[in-house]
Design a protein around this ligand. Structure first.
Ligand SMILES: Nc1ncnc2c1ncn2[C@@H]1O[C@H](COP(=O)(O)OP(=O)(O)O)[C@@H](O)[C@H]1O
Ligand SMILES: [Mg+2]
Length: 276
């Protein structure tokens, strides 16, 4: 049994220090009433219903943390935003456009504005670090190889990798934390306005978790990107989140700041926090 009082106290302390000021400055919606990403009354079933009347909004410049137990549909939400899946009912809007009925070409066009950091980094194993990061630039832009080389170096430096040392390596030669950083460099190669992270810290040691959460914060602060972070790692999530949505049984059962979540008296929220 974990000492939940002490545990929550620890989270409160962490929140109190680093994040509060940052959130007040750059955080939640406030002046921007219009969401950049909006899911409204979404239904989606595979064999079983997964999303049931799910509504959620992501506002410009914020980092929205989507929490939920395993299998609740967190990755499915990201796939809907990328239009890798379409809802059975309801709407998904991005940048003010309803994407449910877009053509294939239109989908490719808006996907360029969204970077995705996949679970397990999902690098191409047979490609070097350089070619992994260059991939979206070669696929989605008209940049020359010379310009691509410049951008790849810049992005590797942004994620604190050393281009000279690491560029020619294959993913198998890297640590888990470095692979994740290459995944982030690839996701930001085309300077997307939105970045989606699926369990970016899963399986990493504490130091690598810290590096990735610092990187997410740096992208929010320096590039003003809007992010959706899906994880069941509460501590890592709370370090970067402006707001939290908690997913359960197909829809959002809690919306608020990390502080509000920790202070919530809702029995399921309490149980979720204590079990995490
Ligand atoms: N392509 C698919 N076909 C069938 N079932 C799926 C598919 N993708 C996800 N599911 C099911 O949908 C539910 C939600 O999955 P997922 O979004 O991956 O959950 P989470 O990311 O929260 O762990 C799970 O029960 C999963 O088994
Ligand atoms: Mg998942």
């Amino acid at each position: 049994m974990k000492d939940t009082g002490q545990y929550l106290e620890g989270i409160r302390t962490e929140l109190g220090h680093a994040q509060a000021a940052e959130r007040r400055n750059g955080g939640p919606p406030g002046a921007t009433p219009r969401p950049l990403i909006e899911l409204q009354h979404v239904y989606l079933a595979f064999d079983q219903p997964v999303l049931v009347d799910l509504s959620m909004a992501v506002y410009e410049g914020e980092t929205l943390l989507v929490l939920g137990e395993s299998g609740q549909g967190k990755s499915t939400i990201l796939k809907l935003i990328l239009r890798l899946l379409a809802p059975d009912a309801g709407t998904v809007s991005i940048f003010g456009h309803e994407i449910t009925h877009l053509s294939f070409e239109e989908v490719l066009e808006f996907r360029r504005k969204i970077g995705m950091v996949f679970q397990n980094a999902a690098l191409f194993d047979s490609l070097t670090v350089f070619d992994n990061v260059a991939y979206p630039l070669r696929e989605n832009t008209d940049l020359s190889e010379r310009e691509i080389a410049r951008v790849v170096r810049e992005k590797l430096e942004f994620v604190d990798l050393d281009p000279e040392r690491d560029m020619a390596k294959l993913p198998a030669e890297l640590s888990g934390g470095m692979r994740k950083r290459v995944g982030v460099a690839r996701a930001i190669a085309t300077d997307p306005e939105v970045i989606l992270y699926d369990e970016p810290t899963a399986g990493l040691d504490p130091l690598a978790v810290q590096t990735i959460t610092d990187l997410i914060k740096k992208l929010q602060r320096e590039k003003g990107v809007t992010s959706v972070l899906v994880t069941h790692d509460l501590r890592a999530g709370f370090r970067v989140a402006s707001r939290v949505n908690l997913l359960r049984e197909g829809h959002i059962v809690f919306r608020g700041t990390p502080e509000e979540m920790v202070a919530s008296n809702d029995p399921y929220v309490r149980a979720f926090l204590n079990a995490s």
